[in-house]
Every structure is written in structure tokens, then in C-alpha cells.
Design a protein around this ligand. Structure first.
Ligand code: FAD
Ligand code: DLZ
Ligand code: SF4
Length: 508
């Protein structure tokens, strides 16, 4: 063996840069289920099962295509506890110290590979529209980095939904049409589900035995675990659900966990799908007149806009990014995030579906669980670890900027120009949660007042010095100042009561 070719659990793409560089005749592919990766946070069992099953299927396919693969299963007695340990073991066994790898999506692993006593060549991960160099060039010298300014460059680069140099429909963004609440629709299709095959069943037994105590239901398990299945899931989404994606992108319903969302991120982030192929499929539906422009544009923007932008920020900002805490928040993550008792119906639903599906859609993550943690002043690092562990699509390069930056404002406004905070009104407008809640969204003070209503003001007042000069927030401070004093006192007192309950570990 001349060189080892490392393929990580989220690098399962046929066209991976490390594979392109390698030689089937002389190089050995190394893949490993290691406890270090499976346990650096307590991942949801469905996430671990997805990764292990997809890794095993990928290894099988590589062998069929003529690669030599050294695959270590978690329960093989010789498997090392870490990726680097596994590389060292294979290096020794095969008499080589040369390793080719595609750059991991996490600083932790990049640093471990760079420090390993092996000759490691890290190749760029080019499964993205923008290279990190391109992103840095775009970002250089700008006072503010905003996704809106980055996104048109990605449209031009890919040619997606372009008419010459101009965006199709004359605007880059059709979000104006995308803020509709949804109503129950018994005929709305669900994301495509897959029956576990023998490989997946073996993985499920392993994960159940080893990680069954982690937060989250392992079964039923229906994720796609091969590229072929992921392509079917994409086709199903594009054909049946995409048309409503724009209109109902921000909607939440207690009886419908997926609405018009694609649930493709778990597959995309491990490499079973390619971002451009997804967007081209979406564009095709729009070109054929089968889906409206706001659906196709809105969807494509999430992938070539937001996804690329947050990756650029993660790598530009460096390894300390997930530890930032610009607002100095220190409260422990409330127990309700792990399924503890709560009267808040929106939180209970978001957490319950997270437990069962390892999935919640964007607005649940941002405006329910994220919003609550931010208003309550929870330590952003604990919030970050929660999101990183409970979602099947969570890898630090994409999770940390969304959580630490977009949702918790802990990066001091690099990603978001103002904190994503709202009172219960927003949730009431976009969902049907409030009508079956122990709290009343209409009440602004008193024991039954929606906790979002109380904590919203408490947050703004706590951080008045920082935010009152923000042009997009001044109005809120003026509203507060116009409230009569008795009412202001009652709001802050109510918020204090809730925070005291959280600190005492009592249900809210
Ligand atoms: P859809 O609604 O169908 O969107 C389509 C695709 O667009 C997604 O599959 C995803 O690839 C991409 N996308 C949409 N929004 C974003 C975004 N903000 N950043 C990056 N890509 C985006 N996404 C992850 O992939 N991994 C994470 O760990 C993750 N953590 C998040 C944490 C918080 C606090 C928040 C607010 C958002 C997070 N997101 C994360 C972004 C977003 O919520 C998910 O990408 C989305 O919910 C995935 O479900 P879907 O495939 O059904 O998405
Ligand atoms: C998330 C994950 C898990 C749970 N297990 C493994 C594993 O056993 N082996 C592996 O190669 N990769 C795993 N991964 C994905 C890695 O953690 C991921 O490559 C890094 O977090 C970088 O994104
Ligand atoms: Fe959530 Fe408040 Fe509505 Fe209850 S009333 S569901 S806590 S927003």
C-alpha cells in the first residue's frame, strides 16, 4: 500500500477530492466507526445510525468499484477509539505513513490530523459552490458580511435561475411571498421513507446497544442511507412538496412535522447528494412551470446562499467561534430541552419531534427553541452542544454559525444584523401551537402570560445599552418607554419569576 485515503462519516461522496487524488491500484481507503466521533457529543441515536449505515453502504460500493477498503466497525475489538488512532493502526499494518484526506468540516478534527505523526495531505473540500478562498476574497475589507450580498454572486457563478446577468423574475429574493401560516392538510405528502435493509438493521442493533441511553428515539428509522435512496427522496420532494415550500417556509403546525420542507440536509451534509444537483432539480421544476418562482428561488437561496455563507463564516472565524459569548449569557440549558416537563406547547412540540425524528425545521430551531434560549440568557455553548447532538444534519461547520451566530447572537452580529428574538405573537401568527397551550399568548403580564411575552422585554432591557442604537430595534425601545410604569414592573417581575423557576430546575 502506498497511501491511506481517509473518508470520514460525512464525506461519503463518489467525487470526493481525496478519492480523485488517490489511485485504486496502490492506495487503501480507510473508514472507521470510532467512539471518539460517536461520543464527542451525545449524538441522537438516529444520527449515529444514519452515519454508520451510510458509511457501510458506501464502503460496499467503493469495493464494488474496485477500491481496497479497510473498514473498522465500532464493535471490532481492534478498532481504535479515534480517527487518528485508526490511521496510525492502518499505517503500521501496511507500512506507510502517507495519508490523503479531504479537509474535515470541523476544526477539532483538522487540528488532530495536522498534529498526527503521519504525512497528511489535506485537500480542499470542493463539494461546495464557493471555495474558502473565494469566500474570504468576497469577505475581505467588508464592514459587514451579509448573506444578501453574497448570494447574488453564487447565483451568477452557478447560473441558477439567471436570465443573462439578471435574476429570473427581476428580483434576487421573493421572500415577500413566503410568510404564510399553514393549515392542516391531510393530503400533504410526507418526506419519502425507507425500510431498513440488513446492513441498517445490524447498525440499529449496534447503536441501540451502545448509544440507546442518548436522548432520542432510534426507531422507527426511515432515513435514506444510500445515494440512490437520497436521489429518490430528492425527486419526491421536487415533485410533491417543493411547490408549497416558499409560501409555507416559516409555518409551524403541531400535526405536521415536515410541512413542505425537504428533509434533505441529513443526506446533503454527509455527501449522498450534491448541492448543485439539488438546485438544478429544483430549477427544472420551475422552468417547466410546475412550481412558482418564490418556491424555487427560496429553496435555492437556502442552499447556495445560506449554506455556503455559514460555511465561509465558520472557517473564516476560526476554532474559537463555537466558544463565543458576546452577550455574556451563563444560564444552564433548561431541562425541558431534554424532554423535561413544560407547559409551553410550542417548546414541548419542538422537543418531542426532535426526540422522535432528529429533525425540526428551520423556524422551530430559530424561533422556538433558539429564541427561548436567547431570551432566557442560556450559555450559548450549551445551546450549541444541544443542537450539535440532537439533529441528524448537525456538523459543526453548519451548526455552529447557525446556533452561535444566527440564533444566539453570541458572535456579536457577524451573521445576523440583529438578534432573532420575538414575543409569543410571532409564534402565534405562524403556528397553531398557542391554542392548545397552558399559557395565553394574548396575556402580557400575570401567571398565565406566555413566557415569550415576558422574557422578550426582559432580554431587551437587559441588553439595552447594546441594542438601543440598532436602527432595526429602536422602535421596540420606544414602545417599552411608552408603556406605563406599573405594567413595565409587572412584565419584569413576571420574567424574573420564570427565570427563577428555570434556575431552580422547576418546570416552566
Ligand atoms: P429545508 O427547509 O428543506 O431547506 C433546504 C436546504 O437548505 C436544507 O436542506 C439545508 O441544506 C439548506 N439550509 C436551509 N437553511 C440553512 C441554514 N440556515 N444554514 C445552512 N443550510 C441551510 N442546518 C444544517 O444543515 N445543520 C445544522 O446543524 C443546522 N443547525 C441549525 C441550528 C439552528 C439554531 C438553526 C436556526 C438552523 C440550523 N440549520 C442547520 C439550518 C436549517 O434549520 C436546516 O438546514 C434545515 O432545517 C434542514 O431541514 P430541511 O432539509 O428540511 O431544510
Ligand atoms: C458524526 C460522526 C459520527 C457520529 N461518527 C463518526 C465515525 O464513527 N466515523 C467517522 O469517520 N465520522 C463520524 N462522524 C462524522 C465526523 O464527526 C465528522 O467528519 C466531523 O465532525 C467533521 O465534520
Ligand atoms: Fe408557545 Fe407562548 Fe404560544 Fe404557548 S402561548 S405555544 S408558550 S408562544
Amino acid at each position: 500500500v502506498k497511501r491511506l485515503v481517509l473518508i470520514l462519516g460525512d464525506q461519503l461522496s463518489e467525487g470526493l477530492s481525496a478519492l480523485r487524488e488517490a489511485d485504486k491500484a496502490t492506495d487503501l481507503v480507510v473508514m472507521a466507526e470510532v467512539v471518539g466521533e460517536a461520543a464527542y457529543v451525545r449524538h441522537h441515536p438516529k444520527k449515529i445510525a444514519l452515519i454508520f449505515s451510510a458509511m457501510r453502504h458506501c464502503a460496499e460500493k467503493l469495493r464494488q468499484n474496485g477500491w481496497q477498503v479497510a473498514y473498522a466497525k465500532l464493535d471490532d475489538p481492534d478498532t481504535s477509539p479515534s480517527i487518528v488512532g485508526e490511521l496510525l493502526r492502518r499505517a503500521e499494518g501496511h507500512g506507510t505513513s502517507e495519508v490523503i484526506a479531504t479537509r474535515p468540516g470541523e476544526w477539532r478534527l483538522i487540528e488532530a490530523l495536522e498534529a498526527a505523526p503521519l504525512a497528511v495531505t489535506l485537500l480542499p473540500d470542493d463539494r461546495f459552490v464557493a471555495s474558502l478562498e473565494e469566500f474570504n476574497t468576497w469577505a475581505e475589507g467588508r464592514k459587514q458580511l451579509r448573506m444578501e450580498y453574497f448570494y447574488p454572486d453564487m447565483r451568477r457563478k452557478t447560473g441558477l435561475m439567471m436570465e443573462g446577468d439578471q435574476p429570473a423574475g427581476g428580483k434576487w429574493n421573493f421572500d415577500h411571498d413566503n410568510r404564510k401560516p399553514a393549515s392542516d392538510d391531510l393530503f400533504r405528502p410526507e418526506p419519502l421513507q425507507f425500510e431498513p435493509d440488513e446492513i441498517t438493521r445490524e447498525v440499529l442493533d449496534l447503536v441501540g446497544a451502545r448509544f440507546g441511553e442518548n436522548f432520542g428515539s432510534l426507531r422507527p428509522f426511515w432515513f435514506a442511507v444510500t445515494r440512490e435512496q437520497a436521489l429518490k427522496a430528492l425527486d419526491h420532494f421536487a415533485t410533491h412538496l417543493l411547490a408549497g415550500f416558499g409560501d409555507f417556509q416559516d409555518a409551524m403546525l403541531q400535526g405536521d412535522r415536515f410541512l413542505h420542507h425537504s428533509v434533505l440536509s441529513p443526506y446533503l451534509n454527509i455527501g449522498l447528494l450534491d448541492p448543485i444537483e439539488i438546485c438544478q432539480r429544483v430549477e427544472e421544476e420551475w422552468s417547466a412551470g410546475r412550481v412558482p418562482i418564490n418556491a424555487a428561488e427560496g429553496y435555492i437561496r437556502q442552499i447556495i446562499g445560506w449554506r455556503e455563507y455559514v460555511r465561509g463564516i465558520y472557517f473564516r472565524e476560526g476554532p474559537d467561534y463555537p466558544s463565543r459569548n458576546a452577550l455574556g449569557h451563563t444560564r444552564d440549558l433548561p431541562w425541558m430541552y431534554w424532554g423535561g416537563e413544560t407547559g409551553m406547547n410550542c417548546m414541548a412540540h419542538a422537543v418531542e419531534q426532535t426526540r422522535e425524528e432528529a429533525y425540526a425545521h428551520h423556524i422551530q430551531r430559530l424561533m422556538v427553541t433558539g429564541n427561548f434560549a436567547l431570551l432566557a440568557g442560556v450559555d450559548p455553548h450549551q445551546v450549541h452542544e444541544w443542537y450539535l447532538s440532537v439533529y441528524a444534519d448537525a456538523y459543526e461547520w453548519v451548526e455552529a454559525p447557525n446556533t452561535v451566530g444566527m440564533s444566539q447572537f453570541a458572535d456579536d452580529g457577524i451573521i445576523a444584523s440583529k438578534p432573532y428574538v420575538s414575543s409569543g405573537n410571532y409564534i402565534d401568527r405562524m403556528s397553531d401551537y398557542c391554542k392548545s397551550c397552558a399559557y395565553s399568548v394574548k396575556e402580557k403580564t400575570g401567571d398565565r402570560a406566555c413566557p415569550f411575552n415576558l422574557l422578550y422585554w426582559d432580554f431587551l432591557i437587559r441588553h439595552r445599552e447594546r441594542f438601543s442604537n440598532n436602527p432595526r430595534m429602536g422602535q421596540m425601545y420606544r414602545t417599552w418607554d411608552r408603556m406605563d410604569e406599573g405594567r413595565r414592573g409587572a412584565v419584569l417581575e413576571g420574567a424574573g419569576r420564570i427565570l427563577t423557576r428555570l434556575d431552580g430546575g422547576d418546570p416552566v
